[in-house]
Design a protein around this ligand. Sequence first.
Ligand code: NDP
Length: 234
Amino acid sequence: MPRTALVLGGNRGIGLAVARHLAARGDRVAVSHRTGEPPEQLFGVHCDVTDADAVNAACTRVKEELGPVEVLVFNAGITRDRPLAAMSADDFTAPLQTNLVGAFHGIRPVLRGMMRAKWGRIVLMSSTVALSGAVGQTNYAASKAGLIGLARSLALEVAGHGITVNVVAPGYTDTDMVAAMPDAQRENLLSTVPMRRMATSDEIASAVGYLTGEDAGYVTGTVLRVDGGLGMGH
Ligand code: NDP
């Protein structure tokens, strides 16, 4: 059954792959973009996820154009890597504001509609770093680990309303975020991945597709690692 889906942070990288995956299965898909233009053939809404009013307005537009949001994928994320000893307060809080508080801003406007409909799917994009930690990423790892606590608590709150809340934890994925790393650092990281390669965005999108589909109705509060074995055991 086609659903109305919103991907927050859906204009490039993993978010765009998720949006295209959901559109290919027939969903009515909206994506948010903070910069640039919305991707072709997808309904775009402009918002910065750190701005609660802007996210509210974006959700209202999606509801008016495509119907109430039934599938929410919170994908927006930033890094601000530095060793903690050299980290300013702003370096620490910026990823928390986007990656974690942004998820709260995204969920709040759509949750009551899902509760009324007695059906909903929420997926939050975390990272294996939330489970294992990473040098230079205390801020990012804290934000991504926070998403797991948020998802599990919310899963408990809304399970009786037919709403599932899950987390996808990608490993290194071939997007702008990883391209920004120096070559030597990237090679070094890849040598730690059992499958010795990065994920494609489409591989992450498939996991989101499963968790947001009809078949995953009994899967909630889970963390699905898609990381080539990197986070095994966590
Ligand atoms: P990209 O840097 O390619 O894309 C980031 C996305 O987040 C863009 O759509 C960007 O929008 C959006 N975004 C960032 N800040 C904001 C904001 N304040 N408001 C709204 N949108 C915002 O990242 P990836 O595709 O690689 O990553 C997607 C998600 O997956 C992120 O949450 C990331 O942490 C996570 N992840 C990525 C991994 C990787 O190896 N690539 C590994 C593990 C997790 P805009 O273009 O407008 O800035």
